[in-house]
Design a protein around this ligand. Structure first.
Ligand code: N2P
Length: 369
């Protein structure tokens, strides 16, 4: 059983593993911090020795990423989890989080820049930016990397039980198949689930066309009675892994973590296309440990930390220098590093401005229907 254990000031702060799903769910649902809250940093050690990270679940190598940073810099890291970009945004908008490093995806970096939620980076403190692959520099959401540095990238697709279903036709259609009623889970992530419906219809997942969005709504309403429910990706994973359901909509790494535990599962990127995303490290306005935040970002961009991340998470690395240390079985896996004909059918989620509200309204209506 995998475990993520961190020790802080001689105490176990938390254990994340099978049981940790519950604890990270609680943290997300209640908005509570697991471990020492950034606001209550008493108990020894100065503020300068701390770093508060707000991250996706299962997004560090539990053996190396945080422990090695803590040891190298003498900084104690507290990690909280969010379930999707919208939850991250809402938390930051509410203010007073004390987070020092957050990990928004591409379009969310753009939204956070426009809303003054993240601050400019001091690039002189991040020399390891030199390690970043050209393909991951200057992306449209932050053309000069003034506010963000890439963390990991991946895709969103379908985790399924191959033993029960055989090789499935790799199409979003399977998630609408009445034969699997009650055996399907979709993500609560608005842009991902609206995106899946739009892709199934053959549209861009960044469309702002109201008619197309209404069509996607009808498709999601048609699917809803077939679903076990809408869940965060890290909650879909155990449902499929433990064979409670047959088909789950997941971020690729959650799929591969499940496959590592259950060889009867597989992950596919639907032929109609889906999302490819890049997650990024950024420093919120109001962060209390800005210097440590820069140290952390620079550390993650080291070749060793970058490779160690990908060797655990099964997400792609934007770190070119890390490549020689990434396991061949990952680099050669077309489900992780898709070939151009698959990759080119994927789209990055973009900041679509005012139309965001329309996506949110429709998805709320679908969920409450
Ligand atoms: C990590 C989830 C990756 C985030 N488990 C998707 N953007």
């Amino acid at each position: 059983m995998r475990k993520e254990t961190r020790i802080s000031r001689g105490r176990f702060l938390k254990v994340v593993g099978a049981a940790g799903i519950a604890s990270s769910t609680l943290s997300i649902l209640s908005g509570c911090t697991v471990g020492t809250t950034p606001q209550s940093s008493g108990g020894g050690g100065s503020d300068e020795d701390e770093l508060s990270l707000y991250n996706w679940s299962d997004y560090v190598n539990p053996k190396t990423t945080l422990p090695n940073f803590e040891e190298k810099y003498g900084v104690e890291v507290t990690q909280d989890f969010f379930s999707d970009n919208e939850a991250l945004l809402a938390k930051l908008q509410a203010g007073g989080t004390g987070y020092d490093v957050i990990v928004p995806s591409d379009y969310m970096v753009s939204i956070m820049r426009k809303s003054d939620i993240i601050q400019k980076l001091d690039r002189s403190k991040i020399p390891n930016f030199d390690n970043v692959d050209d393909d991951f520099r200057g992306l449209p959401y932050d053309p000069n990397n003034e506010y963000s540095m890439p963390y990991q990238w991946g895709t969103t697709g379908i985790l399924y039980n191959k033993k029960e279903l055989g090789e499935i036709d790799n199409s979003w259609e399977v998630m609408w198949d009445p034969e699997y009623k009650g055996e399907i889970a979709m993500m609560t992530d608005v842009r991902e689930t609206m995106g899946a419906a739009l892709k199934r219809l053959g549209y861009s997942l960044n469309t702002t066309d109201s008619d197309r969005l209404e069509e996607a709504k009808r498709l999601l309403l048609e699917q809803k009675p077939l679903l076990r429910g809408y869940f965060a990706s890290f909650e879909v994973r155990p449902l499929v892994q433990n064979e409670d359901i047959l088909l789950g909509h997941v971020y690729s790494g959650d799929g591969f973590l499940a496959i590592a535990e259950n060889k009867d599962l597989d992950y596919v990127i639907p032929k109609e296309g889906g999302t490819r995303w890049t997650d990024n490290m950024a420093i919120p306005v109001g962060a209390r440990h800005v210097d440590n935040a820069h140290k952390f970002i620079n550390y993650i961009l080291s070749a060793k930390a970058g490779a160690s991340l990908t060797n655990y998470t099964y997400y792609g690395s934007p770190n070119e220098a890390a490549r020689p240390m990434i396991k061949d079985e990952i680099l050669d896996d077309p489900r992780i590093y898709p070939p151009p004909e698959v990759f080119n059918r994927l789209e990055a989620i973009e900041d679509i401005g005012e139309a965001t509200r329309q996506y949110e309204r429709i998805f709320t209506e679908v969920k409450s229907a």
